[in-house]
Design a protein around this ligand. Structure first.
Ligand code: SF4
Length: 352
């Protein structure tokens, strides 16, 4: 018997197996669920041989803030996003910086959430003229696949559509998102391959495959690496990450090395600023063009500099752009170098 709770809705991507088992094809865990079982993320459940999401329109919070907060520094700089999140996660990070929502899957969160439908989201967006797009963020948005697809399909193409994600959705889910208008992904890494695969019980190669695929489909990509002392801050680990970006993607992809703070089960002291500065120097030395450090308010390495002559292009104070210095053709006014800013992208952004 299915409840009439609007948060419980048949999932878009699953397969029926023998004996009323189902396989969820939303994220790469691809959980196989027996009758009445929930998946790893607890947002999906096998009810009488069909797969249901338990968190359709189940909103933890929404707010209006600049794309810089995602972070996305090279995607319509300064524009404002209606940002919306739900609950739960498909990664079990012991250091989660958003554990108050990610570790509270349905129905535990039901007492704290608002229920929105896609029409209400679009109505909210249209009543505020400063909003230029939507960002699905806060918790892992792949778990809101059905809701985010319904919103994006109803939202006209003048609005940008963004995911702030761990990138671990299936290729089918990613294709559905791109076909529904997704044009930006900020993908957050938790470390090198060994750290991610061991601590999160995943195969992180799938994330790289997804980024490459989305990039080929002209989705704007920015990458985040959360630098956690003693876990993933060794030079070799950072080098491996940087080399994969250069070899498998493009040195023009903006990369944000962000500082961790003690949270959830982790009490290791926060990432020192000098560690982030050292990582920044290493990434620049190895050839990445746009490198930032994050979670250090007011730091000059949150500004954008020309990749050729280091001219200041955008100065940022926290998430606000306080100075702009770029030509109409998105070139550096000092040396004429093309600056990679979506929707303008130099040809070399695409790897042959
Ligand atoms: S979304 Fe991922 S973790 Fe959740 S049930 Fe589906 S496959 Fe499992």
């Amino acid at each position: 018997m299915i409840s009439d709770d609007p948060r419980i809705k048949e999932a878009y991507l699953y397969e029926c197996l023998d004996n009323d088992d189902v396989q969820c094809n939303t994220c790469r865990r691809q959980c196989v669920l027996r009758k009445n079982q929930e998946g790893f993320c607890k947002t999906r459940k096998n009810i009488d041989g069909k797969l249901y999401t338990l968190s359709y329109g189940d909103v933890s919070s929404y707010s209006v803030n600049p794309v810089e907060k995602k972070p996305a520094y090279h995607f319509f700089p300064g524009q404002m996003a209606f940002t919306i999140g739900s609950w739960g996660c498909n990664f079990p990070c012991d250091w989660c910086q958003n554990f108050d929502i990610s570790k509270r899957p349905p129905p535990e969160n039901y007492a704290f959430s608002s229920i929105l439908d896609p029409e209400k989201v679009i109505e909210c967006m249209k009543t505020n003229s400063i909003i230029e797009g939507i960002s699905f963020s806060f918790n892992e948005p792949t778990l809101s696949l059905e809701f985010s697809i319904d919103v994006m399909q109803q939202l006209d193409s003048s609005y940008f559509k963004q995911y702030v994600t761990n990138g671990y959705m299936t290729k089918d889910a990613l294709t559905m998102l791109i076909d529904s208008g997704l044009n930006s992904m900020t993908v957050s890494f938790k470390g090198s391959k060994d750290v991610m695969d061991q601590h999160l019980q995943i195969n992180s190669d799938y994330i790289w495959e997804n980024i490459k695929y989305a990039s080929e489909k002209e989705v704007h990509i920015e990458l985040v690496y959360l630098v956690i002392p003693t876990l993933n801050d060794e030079v070799e680990q950072i080098e491996e990450f940087i080399k994969r970006i250069k070899n498998e993607l493009s040195p023009s992809i903006p990369v944000h090395f962000t500082g961790y703070s003690p949270a959830y089960l982790y009490s290791i002291p926060k990432t020192p600023t000098y560690t982030l500065q050292k990582v920044h120097s290493l990434a620049k030395k190895l050839g990445l063009e746009y490198v930032y450090i994050g979670n250090i308010p007011g730091h000059p390495l949150q500004s954008t500099y020309c990749s050729k002559c280091s001219e200041l292009i955008y100065r940022r104070d926290q998430f606000t752009i306080t100075y702009t210095n770029i030509t109409k053709e998105y070139k550096c006014p000092n040396c004429d170098q093309e600056i990679f800013i979506y929707p303008y992208r130099p040809q070399k952004y695409y790897k042959e």
